[in-house]
Design a protein. Structure first.
Ligand code: KG4
Length: 380
């Protein structure tokens, strides 16, 4: 079975094509990623210090068809056609894409030029995420499903992140597990009874951890996305000139929830209080920001793993690219810790494809009625 997946929940436009030899048992040897392409908008959003939804939607519209062509080509599935366009179908598609005019024009040209590829299913992220962005990907998936007459599947973005660890040759994940999904839009601790059965046991009450990295990076004059840059500055830090000490929000509380907005405010106040700053300040502050976020994430994840008798810990989401986070979690537990290969830690469509193939929660969608949901829960 070959599955084409589309992911546009935030600021990355991503398309993947996976061939699954066995769709019953998830194992690295049972599938092959034929194409995994991502078009990042990071530079564009850098000016705003975070993702600007209307701009992200515009970029998804522009990026999707060129990325689709490149993905099909990479997977050796792109073939030209001499067949006439089915204008009746095109008219229907036009209606569905009335808010995506640029995408519609590109799609029409694409359908005119290329034959139906040999794929069996189309999967798309239907939430959670930024609504205008989710709609753009979903609308394209619906149009392709209708025009090509290929079944359409809906995937939860957070479940995708849980599946991302399987995109490497790993040992079997033992369940129950505790998953920490931590990105620019989400910070959740999820009890995974088994694949497909989830319970959210903790989550952020305000900003996500990635958002905190991004916003504090901006205060320090660093570009977006801030997480990797804070990590880099923290690694370079050798001084202790400013003696900075930030809080570890909610660390002592008995629940598994988080709060990161106060941390951002603390960084802002500290920065304002200093008239002159130098590179030492940026490095020391970066180090303290990273330590504070990681201390809290590690403490709560390990606590949840112990309290729920987990047999493994699963990490996912953009922040799971942080080497110190992985190291700290591993240092504080005897359990096996699973995390995605670096290129699959952030948003990508291969994780969407895997979840579509292997999760019992994957929804068969009706192309006509399919709609994303920006606040979709993993256990919905
Ligand atoms: O999952 P993702 O690609 O997109 C969504 O937010 O959905 O995550 C992006 C987030 C950004 O906030 C970025 O700053 C953060 O992941 N991030 C990191 C690192 N790499 C990316 N945070 C800390 N350390 C990193 N190495």
């Amino acid at each position: 079975m070959i599955i084409l997946s589309i992911e546009t929940s935030c600021d990355d436009t991503a398309i993947s094509i996976i061939e699954a030899k066995n769709s019953k048992k998830i194992d690295f040897n049972n599938f092959e990623v034929l194409a995994n392409l991502i078009s990042s908008q990071a530079e564009l959003h850098s000016e705003y210090g975070g993702v600007f939804p209307a701009l992200a939607k515009r970029e998804h519209q522009k990026n999707l068809i060129p990325l689709l062509i490149r993905s099909l080509k990479k997977a050796n599935l792109l073939k030209e056609t001499k067949k006439e366009l089915d204008n009746k179908k095109i008219l229907k598609i036009k209606k569905g894409l009335e808010k995506n005019e640029v995408l519609f024009q590109d799609l029409k040209e694409f359908l005119k030029k290329y034959a139906i590829p040999e794929i069996n299913k189309i999967a798309v992220t239907i939430g959670p995420g930024l609504e205008p962005c989710l709609y753009t990907g979903t609308n394209l998936a619906r149009a392709l499903s209708f025009y090509w007459d290929i079944p359409l599947l809906g995937v939860n973005h957070l479940e995708g992140h849980i599946f991302s660890s399987y995109l490497a040759p790993i040992e079997k994940i033992e369940f129950p597990a505790i998953a920490l999904i931590v990105s620019g839009g989400n910070t959740q601790i999820i009890y995974v009874k088994k694949i497909g059965e989830y319970k959210i046991v903790g989550e952020t009450r305000d900003d996500a951890a990635g958002e905190c990295f991004d916003k504090t990076a901006r205060i320090l004059g660093l570009a977006y996305p801030g997480g990797p840059l804070i990590a880099k500055k923290a690694k370079e830090c050798k001084s202790n000139k400013y003696d900075i000490s930030l809080p570890r929000p909610m660390m002592k509380e008995k629940n598994y929830d988080f709060s990161f907005s106060g941390l951002k405010t603390a960084v802002l106040y500290d920065r304002k209080k200093r008239k002159e700053i130098d590179e030492n300040y940026v490095q020391e502050m970066a180090c303290e920001i990273e330590s504070s976020i990681i201390d809290v994430l590690t403490h709560k994840t390990i606590k949840a793993a112990n309290d729920f008798n987990a047999r493994s810990i699963i990490l996912g989401g953009g922040v799971s690219a942080n080497k110190k986070l992985i190291k700290e979690i591993k240092k504080n537990t005897k359990l096996k810790v699973f995390y995605p290969p670096l290129k699959f830690s952030g948003d990508n469509a291969s994780m969407t494809g895997l979840a579509a193939i292997y999760s019992p929660n994957t929804k068969n969608l009706n192309w006509l009625k399919a709609k994303p949901k920006s606040n979709l829960k993993i256990n919905e």
